[in-house]
Design a binder for this molecule. Structure first.
Ligand SMILES: Cc1cc2nc3c(=O)[nH]c(=O)nc-3n(C[C@H](O)[C@H](O)[C@H](O)COP(=O)(O)OP(=O)(O)OC[C@H]3O[C@@H](n4cnc5c(N)ncnc54)[C@H](O)[C@@H]3O)c2cc1C
Length: 356
């Protein structure tokens, strides 16, 4: 499926209602309150922020906080707008949840989507309705030139934006606006938007619609079945959580990926896939492998606790993927990856350079 149909985004006109499907009123306002409080817990910025724009439609006097609101603030607030984020619970003080997470509101897709292909097909039809033009983010896009060919090969051609997108210091609308106006080669823009829109929003779709997103129960039936059929296969070696955390395995490619996580709080995208696959290979059960991956992210990843964390981890177990031949020990028909091939594909010295 070519991704070039994403490009017309830049030529779309803003939809009539920028808040369509983004606002959920969960409680009545406090009639005695005077101001509007906006708790920016996922979109931590005051520029180019749809939720803040919405809060301003509720009243003139708007206070913004990126931490838990105080008792005094809540007592004075007529309305409390809170960022909706699929891995965070709804606080009982919210009057409105605002979903500013994606180019598409999460509810634009009415249910969980099976794969990137299904998501992409539907997304292309919906962009026209939901695209909102925005001023551009002030970000360095030098990495973009060559992204399509090189992003799996070297961190020099990845954005490193996952932390800022997770904290909301960078918004997806302002980022996409900047990318569309960057003048970078079309194939690089397309390849980047495939990750930043399609892959990222597929993760939000998973966590919004599947309450079991943090467990192997969220896997498709074929993946659960093949993992079960290989449950008693011999694992050798099996590493403890502690050994994995310390990057103390026999596999230097894997250790490098883990060290990158420990030192920088993130990991290069291609290495991250290998990292997860090997944890499956070296854990006593698939469930233990899953727990280990989530815990290592919870403890060490600055971009962790994100829908992308859960979708990325589940992808290692077959989520949003398909069966692959040949059937192998431990993995069954789940895609397997090799450290040797990864070492040939990724410029490991570029990763090493990030650690000093
Ligand atoms: C096991 C595993 C765990 C992962 N954990 C996380 C995580 O905790 N947080 C996280 O943000 N991403 C996670 N990912 C997805 C992906 O690896 C990272 O988003 C990407 O490597 C971040 O680096 P970047 O910002 O330089 O990416 P770029 O290549 O520059 O991509 C730009 C943006 O697109 C989005 N994106 C890129 N690849 C993916 C993808 N495969 N799925 C969803 N969105 C994507 C991210 O928001 C990213 O910041 C995980 C993937 C795997 C396989």
């Amino acid at each position: 499926m070519p991704t070039h149909r994403l490009l017309p985004l830049s030529r779309l006109r803003a939809s009539g209602d920028p808040y369509a499907l983004r606002v959920t009123q969960v409680r009545e306002g406090n009639a005695r309150g005077g101001m509007v409080l906006y708790h920016a817990r996922a979109a931590r910025r005051t520029r180019n922020n749809l939720a803040l724009d919405f809060a301003r439609t509720l009243g003139k006097n708007v206070i913004v906080t990126d931490g838990e609101p105080t008792h005094a603030q809540l007592a004075r607030a007529r309305y409390v707008v809170v960022d909706e984020f699929p891995t965070l619970p709804t606080p009982d003080y919210a009057t409105h949840l605002f979903d500013g997470n994606g180019i598409l509101p999460m509810r634009a897709m009415e249910k969980e989507q099976y794969s990137a292909r299904f998501f992409r097909d539907r997304a292309f039809r919906l962009f026209e309705q939901f695209w909102i033009g925005m001023p551009t983010a002030r970000v360095d896009l030098a990495f973009l030139d060559g992204y399509a060919r090189l992003h799996n090969r070297t961190p020099k051609h990845t954005s490193g934006f996952s932390v800022a997108l997770h904290t909301g210091e960078l918004g997806i609308h302002e980022l996409v606006a900047a990318v569309l106006r960057s003048g970078a080669p079309e194939e690089d823009v397309e390849a980047f938007l495939e990750q930043a829109i399609i892959r990222r929003e597929l993760s939000f779709n998973l966590c919004h619609y599947n309450p079991r997103y943090d467990s192997l129960d969220a896997l498709p039936a074929w993946a659960r079945k093949t993992l079960d059929e290989h449950r008693s296969d011999r694992r050798k070696p099996v590493y403890t959580y502690d050994e994995l955390e310390r990057a103390a395995t026999h596999d230097e490619v894997w250790n490098l990926a883990q060290r990158q996580l420990l030192v920088t709080g993130t990991m290069h995208g291609y290495l991250r896939m290998l990292w997860g696959k090997k944890i499956i290979e070296w854990s006593a059960t698939p469930e233990e492998a899953h727990r280990t991956m989530v815990r290592l992210h919870d403890v060490h990843a600055l971009d962790g606790r994100d829908p992308n964390t859960h979708a990325g981890i589940l992808w290692c177990f077959g989520k949003h993927d398909r069966p692959w031949a040949p059937e192998r020990p431990i993995f069954g028909t789940i895609r397997w990856m090799s450290s040797e091939q990864t070492a040939r594909k990724v410029l490991l010295r570029d990763i090493e350079a990030l650690l000093h």
